[in-house]
Design a binder for this molecule. Structure first.
Ligand code: NAG
Ligand code: NAG
Ligand code: NAG
Ligand code: NAG
Length: 622
């Protein structure tokens, strides 16, 4: 990849500074006080050379008293003759120009400080040793906040976001409190991460996130790091983790997964591609991998009790009739979820899959899945759903993904006597009936409201058990997070797209829920599905949280175990199930469990959906 940088202060201020130290160049803020200036006789020990891409080497100068000030620095050069003049361990001095740069194609990245165009390289001595910062011993990262600029009640998840920029404000660093300031204060220095544990699969470039042998918060039983909230209620962004880039010596990183333990990693701290990285001098080795055995749910449908209903929720990731993962999903539903009475599914594609041919029906897709489940479990599900208008509900082009319910007809029936809604019909609570009743079954909530542009409209269904007890379910799949900025980018709080759309979508669902509960405050109702948002983004969930309670809360799942997805460093909850007061009232008869079959996959390639399923149960009588 070409390194094309837009140089800050491009009109170099050509004053000449004699004998500048690396600490002078790094300073106490994000941007160098000497950016754009020529510097002379900068002295330091060569600590690492970048072989791949040959883009320079790292220097370490005198250690300053002030921990905000880094004494490490990258010297940027692509000249093989310049690179040939220096060897790791050489004490050298050089002249050059201080540059703050970022890739011109990534305007949301921070600038990184470096010396460009090095000249007059003098090797003063060789074979010098140099100190390495042992993280967890010499310095430890803060564990909650990323930046002082993440203002708002939801911290880094606050809305409005993108209200200020780190490199414009250019604050004094506070490495004791803010994660980005911490890593910036080590820019260019060589650090060791003792006993690293991976918190995710490697990405497509072989990079992966870790924490080391230091104090962390949010650690879950698998060894991952969950998004939680701090004691002050502000969401915790997990700044105590760092991403490991490509090894400097050209070796290849191992594949990782949540909880994989590795040998110590040593290398320079650099900012690139939107995050603070440690670039290992050489690839670490895997020491251990967690068990690949996934325990099944302990929640069973005690078949004979019509008062207890079991349900599951699963985003089955772009399922078409020809999808190779259908048998695996069927085995998850059978062996791990224990064939619950009702399934909330998301990302069911139409019968022609991603072929963009105007097909909107999904009966073939659903029957293929139902057949696959029956072949392994003997359980025959029925299904209900409403076709979207072609091309109007977002997702992969041509796929027409939608939400759908599968149900066990020997346990549940749709409440009869109500027409099935069309794609554009808005479901309502009937005003002309003595007891709670809906105008459609199933039906969609306010499907023509512009808030649902290019996304899935919520699917509502009313159910009755064998003993004629009724309950209601809403299956949601809100707008996805595409287009959001990196959590360690320049914009603060980070851009979270499209948070305003998700907020409106939740408010519309909440209005409908309120209309049900206004009619019958004891109504049994569940809203579940893929919300594409964390519980900690409280502003989005506020209208619904006033009316309903998350099952995780109802059954008191430990906070660090509330997740359904892994992304970057975080285990996080995008999939939620909310219970009405009529269900919460019988919390001693309720249950809920996350089945981490995909987050705990032994490798990225073995994962069959990006989301974990969940299973729950609730009491419908009384
Ligand atoms: C360069 O800096 C070193 C100390 O880092 C000093 O000993 C030397 O005199 C300086 N040279 C010049 C020409 O200023
Ligand atoms: C540096 O150390 C290596 C190995 O210990 C030795 O071969 C080499 O001669 C040394 N170089 C200098 C300049 O002392
Ligand atoms: C963030 O705000 C800046 C203006 O400060 C704007 O140029 C940029 O487009 C915004 N980014 C997003 C993703 O909205
Ligand atoms: C399955 O659902 C369809 C459509 O709602 C219905 O006509 C049929 O009777 C159901 N089958 C069973 C076995 O309940």
């Amino acid at each position: 990849m070409g390194r094309l940088y837009s140089v800050l202060f491009a009109a170099a201020y050509l004053s000449v500074v004699s004998t500048t130290t690396i600490s002078d160049i790094q300073g106490t803020r994000f941007l160098s006080p000497l950016a754009g200036q020529s510097v002379q006789n900068v002295t330091g020990v060569v600590t690492a050379k970048i072989y791949e891409g040959s883009s320079g080497f790292y220097l370490l100068g005198e250690k300053p008293e002030d921990i905000r000030v880094s004494n490490g620095l990258q010297v940027f050069t692509t000249s093989t003759s310049t690179l040939g003049q220096v060897t790791v361990g050489d004490l050298i001095s050089l002249d050059g120009r201080v540059q703050e740069f970022r890739s011109s194609s990534s305007p949301n990245n921070l600038f990184a400080t470096e010396i460009a165009s090095p000249t007059n390289i003098v090797v003063r001595s060789s074979n010098n040793t140099f100190p390495i910062v042992i993280l967890g011993k010499d310095r430890s990262p803060p564990t909650q906040e990323l930046s002082a600029l993440d203002v708002g009640p939801d911290g880094f998840l606050s809305n409005p976001n993108n209200v200020s920029r780190i490199d414009t404000v250019n604050d004094e660093l506070r490495p004791d409190r803010y994660g980005m300031d911490f890593w910036e204060s080590l820019e260019g220095q060589i650090v060791t991460i003792p006993k690293p544990i991976a918190t995710n699969f490697e990405n497509q470039f072989g990079e992966f996130w870790v924490y080391g042998d230091w104090h962390v918060t949010g650690k879950n039983s698998r060894g991952g790091i969950s998004i939680t909230s701090g004691p002050d209620g502000i969401p915790d962004a997990n700044p105590e983790t760092v991403i490991i880039g490509s090894p400097l010596d050209g070796t290849k990183n191992p594949t990782t997964a949540v909880g994989v333990a590795l040998t110590d990693i040593t290398g320079p701290v650099v900012y690139q591609f939107g995050f603070f990285y440690v670039l290992p001098l050489t690839a670490p080795q895997v020491i251990s991998r967690p068990s690949s055995n996934i325990p099944p749910t302990t929640i069973s449908s005690n078949g004979n009790d019509p008062c207890v209903v079991t349900f599951g929720d699963y985003n089955v990731e772009n399922m078409a009739p020809t999808s190779a993962h259908i048998p695996t999903v069927a085995s998850h539903i059978t062996d791990l979820m224990k064939t619950p009475d009702l399934l909330f599914l998301q990302e069911i594609q139409d019968n022609s899959g991603e072929t963009n041919d105007g097909t909107v029906g999904a009966d073939v897709t659903l029957k293929t899945l139902i057949d696959a489940i029956e072949s392994v479990s003997g359980v025959r599900y029925n299904f209900t759903q409403i076709n979207p208008v072609d091309g109007q509900d977002g997702g992969v082009p041509g796929g027409n993904i939608r939400t759908a319910f599968l149900y066990r007809p020997e346990r549940l029936q749709l409440i009869p006597g109500t027409p099935v809604g069309g794609s554009l019909d808005a479901i309502e609570v009937r005003k002309d009936t003595k007891k709670l009743a809906l105008s459609l079954n199933p039906g969609r909530i306010d499907p023509t409201n512009p808030a649902w542009a290019s996304t899935r409209k919520p699917l509502v269904a009313g159910w009755q058990t064998r003993n004629k007890k009724e309950f209601y379910t809403i299956n949601v799949h809100l707008s996805s997070k595409g287009g959001s900025s990196s959590t360690q980018g320049d914009a603060r709080p980070p851009v979270n797209l499209p948070i305003d759309a998700r907020s409106q979508q939740v408010a519309i669902v909440a209005d409908f829920v309120a209309s049900v509960l206004d009619r019958d405050s004891k109504a049994k109702l569940i809203v579940a599905g893929d919300f594409n948002e964390y519980s900690q983004t409280r502003s989005v969930f506020a209208p619904l949280a006033k009316l309903l309670t998350e099952f995780d809360e109802v059954v008191d799942i430990p906070r660090v175990e509330r997740y359904s997805y892994v992304f970057d460093q975080n285990s996080e909850q995008l999939d939620h199930a909310f219970a009405s007061p009529g269900i919460e009232k019988h919390k001693n008869k309720a249950a809920f469990e996350h089945i981490h079959v995909n987050s705990w996959s032994p490798s990225f390639d073995d994962r069959i959906s990006d989301h974990d399923p969940s299973v729950g149960k609730f009491f419908v009588c009384g």
